[in-house]
Write a new protein. Structure first.
Length: 282
């Protein structure tokens, strides 16, 4: 168990951050500034992954506490723990949504011209496969104010619009999108809201209850410093029984399982889940 990292009254900030640095394996002569791609894992995370891998090699159950994992993540993000699914990254979570929705020829998806490939390509595939219309709205750079970004979507909605998909924070220039307002706009028109939230968890406070999206995908291996290959998808309650699974295993059609149907992925590396819990605690 890592010691609690808290700045004491008798400690100056410089010495505190030197102490924090000892929790990481980054060499002393190295500065790492690409957390938005893959965050450095602190020692408690590395240790949790190693211990779980070792238990598996010793033929013991991995011992991942799923209830605690979901509860801790739900507490951090102010979200219902029962709504979490654990794909490998944002890309996979977005694809679960893009492949799982019932969309038909002529339906329209609204997104922007500033989306990452991980949040964009699932819609390009769906559009090509089902003859959908994918519209990439040009975002002003810099944006004038949040209201103008909401208006961009409001003005673009047509009777054919079925999905609005947008990054919470754009990877191109760091625009913080007014996602709660965009979600409310979408819901008022009966439109599905999908948020590519690859960056915000760990970077800034996230209140899933306030945003209230239909779907929110993220990559805790960035700013939350979890192991690589660690993602999550949050599914709003009314979609947990309706969305088609992309990967089918036992229980895929048991609707009483809710979002947990999407966690039935066959054999996978549970050590990353132990690492995610350790990262959340850290």
């Amino acid at each position: 168990m890592a010691r609690r990292l808290a700045l004491s009254d008798s400690q100056d900030e410089e010495s505190f951050w030197r102490m924090v640095r000892t929790e990481f394996l980054i060499p002393e002569d190295r500065l790492f500034m690409n957390v938005g791609t893959l965050g450095p894992q602190p020692m408690p995370v590395v240790d949790a992954v190693i211990e779980t891998t070792r238990r598996t090699a010793m033929t013991y159950p991995p011992g991942v506490d799923w209830d605690t994992l979901e509860g801790t993540l739900g507490e951090l993000l102010h979200a219902d723990p029962a709504g979490f699914v654990f794909p490998r990254n944002t890309t996979e979570g977005m694809s679960f949504v893009g492949n799982g929705l019932e969309l038909h020829a002529g339906d329209e998806i609204l997104t922007t011209d500033q989306e990452h490939i991980g949040g964009r390509c699932c819609w390009e595939l769906a559009a090509a496969r089902h003859n959908l219309r994918l519209r990439k709205l040009p975002l002003p750079v810099p944006a004038r104010d949040p209201a103008s970004l909401v208006k961009l979507f409001a003005d673009a909605i047509t009777p054919a619009t079925r999905v609005i998909s947008v990054a919470h924070v754009t990877f191109t220039n760091g625009t913080l999108m007014p996602v709660a307002d965009i979600v409310r706009l979408a819901r008022s028109h009966g439109i599905i809201s999908v948020i590519d939230g690859a960056h915000p968890p760990g970077l800034m406070p996230v209140d899933m209850g306030a945003i209230d999206p239909d779907f929110y995908a993220s990559s805790p291996h960035k700013w939350l410093l979890a192991p690589q290959g660690t993602g999550f998808l949050y599914i709003r309650e009314d979609w947990r029984r309706k969305l088609w699974v992309t990967l089918a295993s036992g229980g895929w059609d048991d609707l009483d399982l809710g979002a947990q149907r999407f966690n039935h992925l066959g054999t996978f590396d549970e050590s990353r889940m132990a690492g995610l819990l350790a990262a959340l605690r850290f």
